[in-house]
Ligand binder design. Structure first.
Ligand SMILES: [Zn+2]
Length: 174
């Protein structure tokens, strides 16, 4: 719990420092999210950080997410991850990167594995994870880009028993 308190305190301090508190912005924990690590909601003037990811990552990683979202709040809607936003990142001390880097991509971020996975029926090889069961039902004529021979007619979605931490390449949204 201390970890969350420390992150929240950091967020409040930084939001104060950059004038966001004065502009009625608030910090919130996003309790349901699993994919994105942070979100800047302009319409609500809210910076949300995903509690589940904060709990399984270092405080430093979450602090960077806070600063990433502060840079969004300061540059405003419509800039996305453009050059203006990147300059703001440097100013506030965030890494000027669009996405976090999960562990299996050589980064430091732990992510949450989805409950469903797309596997090869024959080999059991896992290609993708999903948090919601894919609507797509018929995988017969489907293949994965660059892996046609390996995957055509071999794909199947199965559910995973446990929802563990792993290294899927999810992005920070907005
Ligand atoms: Zn972003």
């Amino acid at each position: 719990m201390n970890k969350l308190i420390e992150i929240q305190q950091f967020a409040m301090e930084q939001m104060e420092k950059w004038g966001l508190i004065e502009e009625n912005w608030t910090f919130v924990w996003d309790n349901k999210a699993v994919r994105r690590y942070g979100q800047c909601r302009y319409h609500k003037r809210e910076i949300g950080v995903t509690k589940k990811l904060a709990l399984i990552n270092t405080i430093e990683e979450s602090k960077d997410v806070v600063l990433h979202e502060i840079a969004h709040a300061l540059t405003g809607r419509g800039h996305g991850h453009d050059a203006v936003w990147k300059r703001m990142c440097i100013k506030v001390g965030a890494r000027p990167e669009r996405c976090y880097k999960s562990k299996d991509r050589g980064g430091n971020v732990n992510t949450i594995k989805g409950k469903y996975m797309l596997i090869n029926k024959d080999t059991g090889k896992v290609y993708r994870h999903y948090h919601r069961k894919p609507r797509h039902k018929n995988w017969d004529g489907v293949w994965l880009q660059g892996k046609k021979a390996e995957t055509l007619g071999k794909l199947k979605v199965v559910s995973v028993a446990n929802n563990n931490t792993d290294r899927s390449p999810y992005k920070i949204q907005a």
